[in-house]
Design a binder for this molecule. Structure first.
Ligand code: RIB
Length: 299
């Protein structure tokens, strides 16, 4: 059935509960502080692994990051390609407000120690039919996009965090683009979901585009089909890693051969469970929990 290689970030998340996001020139006290494992890469690998997929994580931690690799392993991901260097592991400073919304500042740390020689070494164990799962939190992403395409891997890209470099990138080798409206707007200049979708598909006719719409669920376009997936209603505690959970579960579902609608539904159920708990990686459900929610919802 193939396997998933996720070349992605590993972060330490420093999470502050706040009444409102800090404004320019303002100093505020937080209501609480917690330190969690995170990073879009790590979160997506954990989601895919907890969904039951064979996922291999590659990426670099520093001297303070062993616990991140350990959590990946405990969650069922293969960590043989995770590397350790002398630097400081990447971290994220996250504010979460009473509505469960977040805003994030990243420090790259060792996520930018990934060089192309290391990438080649890892890629040599993967090929046609395998999924290369990527985000934009590590060094040399362009190289991975190019080499993944050359090797005939199926690339699933979550273009987050969006930046000017990625906005100008050739994404023609990407099979699935997993993005939110803000990223869609940055890539196309369009504001409306339908227009974002149309603009991306006319630029990349071979691509499957999955646009997540927060409380409005998600839509997926590609080929002749346009699908909608409402979100499952839950009490929102913390939306951090909701998108990562969705992406990791979607990747696992695609790999196991689910059709697009069923893959979207499973991903949406898992994401809903993730927003009802605090933290990033620690909030990601196991497959059984997602299946139970689907059953309770009549599927
Ligand atoms: O998507 C959520 C993640 O973004 C956090 O875990 C944080 O580390 C940042 O990478």
């Amino acid at each position: 059935m193939g396997k998933i290689l996720n070349f992605g970030s590993l972060n330490i998340d420093r999470v502050y509960r706040v009444e409102h996001f800090v404004r320019p020139g303002e100093t505020i006290s937080s209501r609480g502080y917690q330190c969690f494992p995170g990073g879009k890469g790590l979160n997506q690998s954990i989601a895919a692994a907890r969904a039951g997929a064979p996922v291999f994580h590659a990426g670099t931690v520093g001297t303070d990051g062993d616990f991140l690799a350990e959590l990946l392993r405990e969650s069922g991901a293969d960590i043989r390609y995770v590397r350790k260097t002398d630097g400081m592991t990447g971290h994220a400073l996250i504010q979460v407000n009473d509505e469960g919304e977040n805003c994030i500042i990243l420090y790259q740390g060792t996520n930018f120690d990934n060089d192309t020689a290391y990438m080649e070494q890892v890629l040599s164990d993967f090929g046609t039919g395998d999924i290369l799962l990527l985000q934009n939190e590590i060094s040399n992403l362009s190289y991975l996009l190019k080499r993944g395409k050359e090797k005939g891997m199926r690339i699933m890209l979550n273009p987050s965090p969006m930046d000017a470099g990625l906005a100008g990138e050739d994404l023609s080798g990407v099979s699935w683009l997993m993005l939110n409206e803000t990223e869609g707007c940055a890539l196309t200049g369009e504001q409306e979901p339908e227009r974002i979708m149309r603009a991306l598909l006319s630029r990349y006719p071979e691509m499957q585009v999955v646009l997540t719409l927060g409380g409005e669920g998600a839509m997926m376009g590609g080929g002749e089909q346009l699908l909608h997936q409402p979100c499952f209603r839950v009490k929102t505690v913390d939306t951090t890693a909701a998108g990562d959970t969705f992406t990791g579960y979607f990747a696992a579902a695609v790999l196991e051969g689910k059709n697009a609608q069923d893959a979207l539904r499973l991903a949406a159920a898992a994401a809903a469970l993730a927003v009802s708990e605090e933290g990033a990686a620690v909030s990601i459900p196991v497959r059984q929990q997602a299946e139970t929610l689907l059953k309770k919802s009549g599927y």
